[in-house]
Design a binder for this molecule. Structure first.
Ligand SMILES: Nc1ncnc2c1ncn2[C@@H]1O[C@H](COP(=O)(O)OP(=O)(O)O[C@H]2O[C@H](CO)[C@@H](O)[C@H](O)[C@H]2O)[C@@H](O)[C@H]1O
Length: 761
């Protein structure tokens, strides 16, 4: 009996390779209520795992199983000992035969229940695939040519509803209860807040296949555009694709042992499409590219289905032509776009190819303001339709349970298009948008006449109109996006506060204050694969080396020497090496560094500056280098490799930014054991805790005003600590490296915002 017990356990508890914990099939959650938990206490090894609610529950189950197993073994050993002793010996320790029999009976019952459960699962899968094939049949049988055809086909596809209803009836009770719960709730009921994703799924199927979706009465401004006529023509396909997608999700739910554990996002799992004008590593002029390349991966790791949409500026290696081509009208001209796609690290990257984006990777915001505006109009029009047109892994995202994440003014038109083209007409009812402010200083401003380029109904003009003392009455794309999006995020808490002030809001503070209720600050994370001294690919050659907390001293010293050598500076380990990396403009406070250069040159330090931007500041960098050739290097240009190497080889990173929404370089610096000296503003204040020599706490030095003297004071203290207080210095570096700066935490908070947007009506 004992051997049977342990065998059953080993074969039925599925271990997660990483943690040795049992994995739980999805239906365990659904069915847990319908099974008798008291059975856990017996040797119910065969199904105990299906009763566990979560990983903690799983551990508990596992512990119980282990103790059950030990008990069975103990009893078995006792019995065999008793047998060895021979007849008449040790009777007092023997199990009564009928207790054993009872245990056998219980095990049999358990096995029967398990068989029953598997059968129910198999039936449910059959049902789902029959619904799918009935939709596929619909697709092949019916050709939509007129509105009439469309209407009749819609009514015939309401079979899907009844099939789903039937499906609900035939599901195991716990499942049908869950699915059925919210179905009677009216749509405008506040109980939407509590709606489950299953409810959304049901509602979607019903709505898509019956009344409101794809109303034939499209507004005239929509139907006149070829782009939107293509929408009309393909509405039936979209409709079915979306339904298929939903069914696919159902069908792909883990149904048997050994499949994926439930997602971290739990019931909040949704479809997320992040839209940005740049995305690293394919395109990057600054921090926006880094965020667009990394945040989606962290969201995908939480279980969301995530896509990034960006323009295709060059010939990228990974994305493949999807074969999907669409026409959009911009300023009276029809423009074709081709959608490319790649699936990397759990994320769908969709690139939009068009002659207007091609080969401008080194100047993606170049051209006059109308050229840029027209590019962004095309990009946003093409991006808002991606969920319908671009099959990723064979299946489009569809509009259900979908949130767009727009970034900065370049994509601020997207929330507006979502509203004007769709939601105002009862379409994409379950799609939401959030907008992330990375830098509010750039807003897509222009004369009010620019409104003619954005192709919107006339009454929308007021969303864009803004008056401020600087620009007078003007056209402002960011303003319209902020008003229209369901939620607003800024890239730090400090910046969330600053954008509400007249100094930090750059004319948009009034609008942000009015929309304060939907604003949230979330500090950026960093891509810990890309920016990690242990893995950094740019430290693998030319005398550099990868290093970790354990090898910080020697590793960093080696990188410093390699950097000095590469740039032709004297190789001195004990001379503090100060770095600066960033766009050369007013924001980054490069001129403050320039003012402090004479003071610095009076000290035994080295300074390396990497940047590009304003021509006068570029000239200044070159001039510094030629004036102080033994101490300064001014690298004008954009070099990711050099940025990584400066981050690793410098002792100190200077960031005297006048304003800094978040700042990534100080985060990269800290994770490389490089000590930041920063102006305490925006995200810099949020992320660089000033050094406290009394308690040996803190991560760097801060100064409270963007002024030369303040910078000198902070840098002076930093240099003193570098030279005189080696232990403190070491502590600062180590604390910086020990922080968890990954995107994991930020992604969790983004998820809260996505959920809030989803339930925003
Ligand atoms: N010459 C050069 N060569 C190579 N690499 C260079 C470079 N100049 C800059 N970089 C890189 O570009 C990125 C700059 O990121 P930041 O966050 O510092 O600034 P940015 O102002 O562009 O971003 C805006 O968006 C980000 C993201 O939200 C916010 O952190 C920030 O505060 C806000 O201003 C870093 O990866 C940096 O290494």
């Amino acid at each position: 009996m004992g051997s049977i017990g342990s065998l059953t356990m080993e074969s039925s508890v599925v271990h997660n390779g990483n943690h040795g914990r049992p994995r739980l099939p999805f239906f365990a959650y659904r069915l847990r209520n319908s099974l008798d938990s008291a059975d856990l206490n017996v040797s119910a090894f065969g199904y105990a795992k299906v009763l566990c609610k979560d990983v903690a529950g799983a551990s508990l189950c596992y512990a119980r199983l282990m103790s059950g197993c030990r008990e069975t073994r103990r009893r078995s050993m006792k019995r065999s000992k008793a047998t060895e002793k021979g007849p008449g010996e040790g009777e007092d320790g023997d199990e009564p035969v009928d207790a054993l029999q009872a245990a056998i009976e219980k095990s049999k019952k358990v096995l029967a229940m398990q068989r029953d459960l598997m059968q129910q699962i198999a039936e449910r899968r059959k049902l789902v695939s029959s619904i799918k094939s009935s939709i596929i049949n619909l697709e092949s049988d019916e050709v939509y040519t007129t509105n009439e055809d469309y209407t009749s086909s819609v009514s015939s596809s309401s079979n899907v509803n009844s099939t789903v209803d039937n499906a609900l009836e035939t599901l195991p009770p716990a499942i049908s209860q869950d699915l059925g719960k919210g179905t009677k709730q009216p749509e405008n009921d506040s109980s939407h807040e509590k709606a489950s994703s299953d409810l959304d799924y049901q509602r979607l199927l019903r709505d898509k296949t019956s009344k409101t979706v794809w109303s034939d009465e499209l507004p005239s401004f929509l139907s006149s555009s070829p782009a939107t006529s293509s929408i009309k023509e393909e509405k039936h396909e979209d409709l079915k694709e979306s339904s298929l997608k939903e069914l696919d999700i159902e069908a792909s739910m883990p149904t048997s042992e050994g499949e994926k554990p439930p997602p971290l996002a739990g019931p909040n799992v949704m479809n997320v499409i992040l839209v940005a004008a740049e995305c690293a590593p394919w395109s990057k002029t600054g921090g926006l590219g880094d965020v667009a390349g990394a945040l989606p991966k962290a969201l995908a790791q939480r279980g969301h289905r995530v896509m990034v949409v960006a323009p295709q500026y060059g010939n990228y290696a990974e994305p493949q032509d999807t074969g999907v081509r669409k026409m959009y009208r911009v300023d009276g001209q029809d423009m074709e776009v081709i959608y490319f796609q790649a699936y990397i690290d759990g994320v769908d990257f969709v690139f939009i190819d068009s002659p207007v984006f091609r080969h401008i990777e080194n100047n993606i915001y170049g051209g006059n303001h109308v050229d840029i505006l027209k590019r962004m109009v095309l990009f946003c029009k093409a991006a808002v339709e991606v969920p319908w047109h671009v099959p990723c892994g064979g299946v489009c995202y569809g509009d259900g349970n979908l949130v767009f994440v727009a970034n900065d003014w370049h994509t601020a038109l997207l929330p507006v298009y979502l509203k004007a083209y769709y939601r105002d007409h009862g379409l994409m009812k379950y799609t939401r948008s959030i907008i992330v402010i990375h830098n509010i200083a750039h807003q897509g401003r222009g004369p009010v006449d620019d409104f003619s380029y954005v192709d919107l109904p006339l009454h929308y003009v007021d969303l864009f109109k803004l008056y401020d003392p600087v620009g007078g009455e003007h056209f402002n794309i960011f303003a319209a996006g902020l008003k229209t999006a369901d939620r607003i995020v800024t890239v730090s808490n400090g910046y969330a506060w600053e954008v509400k002030t007249s100094a930090g809001g750059w004319g948009l503070h009034g609008i942000i204050n009015e929309n304060d209720w939907k604003l949230k600050g979330i500090v950026n994370g960093i891509d810990t694969k890309e920016w990690n001294p242990q893995l950094d690919v740019h430290l693998k050659s030319d005398g550099y080396t990868n290093y970790s907390l354990e090898t910080l001293q020697s590793g960093k010293a080696q990188c410093k020497a390699a950097l000095q050598k590469e740039l032709g500076l004297p190789i001195h380990d004990n001379v503090p090496l100060i770095g600066f990396i960033g766009r050369l403009d007013h924001q980054k406070g490069v001129d403050l560094i320039a003012e402090a250069v004479p003071w610095m040159m009076g000290r035994d330090v080295q300074l390396i500056m990497l940047g590009s931007g304003r021509p006068d500041l570029e000239r200044m960098l070159r001039q510094f280098e030629s004036q102080h050739h033994d101490k300064i290097r001014g690298w004008v240009g954009f070099s990711i490799k050099t940025a990584h190497r400066i981050t690793a080889g410098s002792d100190i990173l200077l960031m005297p930014s006048r304003f800094e929404p978040c700042g990534l370089n100080q985060l990269y610096a800290m994770s490389y054991g490089t000590v930041p000296v920063v102006h305490a503003v925006g995200g810099l204040r949020d992320t660089v805790q000033p050094f406290d020599p009394y308690n040996e706490l803190g991560l760097g030095w801060t100064f409270d005003r963007a002024e030369k003297d303040k910078l000198i004071h902070a840098l002076g203290n930093c240099l003193l600590t570098y030279r005189e207080y080696k232990k403190s210095w070491e502590g600062i570096r180590r604390r910086g490296m020990m922080q968890d700066l990954s995107w994991d935490h930020a992604a969790e908070i983004y998820e809260e915002v996505l959920v809030a947007a989803k339930y925003q009506w």
